[in-house]
Design a binder for this molecule. Structure first.
Ligand SMILES: [Zn+2]
Length: 426
């Protein structure tokens, strides 16, 4: 992951302490005078804020910098505590991934379980424990103070498991179990544990990349992987609700007569209609055309949406028809969204973030067939073709950094380390 400068949300601008901390987040090593210059806050106030942040361990001294005037005193420089680490834990159908980042979005360590079958919740915890152990052995000086665990699971307001659609084998006894307590045990230093949905995490990445664009008004995101998730953001904040149902866009019903039952109890949910399994079934049913298409060399069982969109972009008749079909399905879900919230941006991430022009044009046509809408309506469709796991990590890190900058007290360093000066390489 490359280094990216932080976009600091407008609400952080309130309060001098937050502004001072944000200045370090944007710039790295600074003296009090430099912070004062950058923020417009008086040097005296900046010094008080720095003192406070040193006390709670959010900042560290890195010794004296270069002299500003001839014969002048060399001013002390400060930086965000470089030992603070943030852990993003990604749970996918057949893989658990841990990414440890610093407070500047740099990925310090990456760990993957490789392909695994998680037959119960304890097997998931076992993988996370294994990853944590391996990373901490490599980086014993790291202090993981923030954890963000974006899950494709349903959970209650108390962060207890209520649904596990991707893992149908999980026993009844797993339901009601805490998603936070084992994390606290695995990462004893953790002060901030965020449980969120995969869709909300990936969607939050947009706030990091372009806050000025996505940080105001309503934004809807579709998280397109094995299942479909999503998120609804209002003024840069993901909308939540009890049982984490807001944003579960995969369960918008688009075809009530569809025979395949959805694990949610419904029929014709969006995620059933646009699943990889369904895509392959549809192609297998068009055997003769498949043999004539550009896909003929690919076994149906190995077909992906990416290949379908590639074929469509090349002008293949079958791929184009299928691409248009998926646009039509999505347009029904989006129409449902438009009459309940007013998204200015609808963003596709993952599989459909790579949708071709045929899909994009058809989607626009179908959405604007709704006669009460006109082309002046402020709604833009965005295709985010970045890697979905990376977006999830960036978004999870965004949520933790946001918490750190807004509530640094939450990330208070262990008492014995508070205010300890660090020797950093020049
Ligand atoms: Zn459903």
């Amino acid at each position: 992951m490359h280094k990216i400068s932080a976009s600091v949300p407008a609400d952080l601008k309130n309060g001098n302490r937050g502004t001072v901390l944000a200045a370090f987040h944007n710039s790295g090593m600074l003296t009090a005078a430099e912070v004062s210059e950058r923020t417009g806050i008086s040097r005296q106030t900046v010094k008080k804020c720095i003192e406070y942040h040193l006390q709670i361990g959010a900042l560290c001294s890195c010794g004296k910098g270069d002299s500003t005037t001839v014969g002048g005193k060399r001013p002390e420089r400060f930086t965000l505590n470089p030992r603070v680490r943030l852990m993003s834990i990604l749970l996918h159908h057949h893989e658990v991934t841990l990414n440890m980042t610093d407070l500047h979005y740099n990925c310090v360590a990456h760990w993957s379980s490789g392909p695994v079958r998680l037959l119960c919740m304890d097997m998931m915890w076992e993988q996370i424990r294994r990853g944590a152990r391996e990373i901490m052995e490599r980086y014993p000086d790291s202090r993981v103070l923030g954890i963000c665990f974006p899950v494709p699971l349903g959970y209650t307001t108390e962060k207890r498991l209520s649904a596990a659609t991707p893992f149908p084998a999980w026993p009844r006894s797993d339901f009601g179990r805490s998603l936070t307590e084992p994390l606290q045990e695995i990462f004893p230093d953790a002060r901030d544990i965020i449980i969120t949905s995969d869709g909300k995490a990936a969607g939050s990445a947009l706030l990091h990349w372009d806050f000025s664009r996505y940080g105001q008004g309503e934004v809807a995101t579709f998280y397109c992987s094995t299942g479909i998730g999503g998120a609804l953001f209002r003024d840069g904040q993901p909308t939540t609700g009890t049982k984490s149902l807001v944003g579960a866009l995969g369960h918008i019903i688009v075809e009530p007569d569809d025979p395949e039952p959805c694990p949610c109890g419904g029929h014709g949910c969006l995620e059933r209609m646009v699943s990889s399994g369904r895509m392959r079934e549809r192609l297998a049913a068009q055997e003769e055309e498949y043999r004539k298409s550009c896909l003929k060399e690919i076994p149906v069982a190995e077909m992906t949406f990416e290949k379908l969109f590639e074929g469509s972009a090349k002008g293949d008749v079958l791929c184009r028809r299928e691409s248009r079909y998926y646009a039509q399905i999505f347009s029904i879900a989006i129409r449902g969204l438009i009459v309940s919230v007013a998204p200015e941006y609808v963003v596709f991430q993952g599989n459909f973030g790579k949708a071709d022009e045929v899909f994009r044009r058809e989607l626009l046509n179908k959405v604007f067939e709704f006669k009460y809408m006109d082309r002046q309506e402020k709604i833009e469709f965005v295709y985010d073709d970045r890697d979905l796991s990376m977006e999830e990590t960036v978004g999870a890190t965004y949520q933790m950094i946001n918490n750190f900058l807004c509530f640094p007290e939450k990330y208070v360093w262990k008492q014995e380390n508070v205010g300890r000066a660090l020797t950093l390489p020049e």
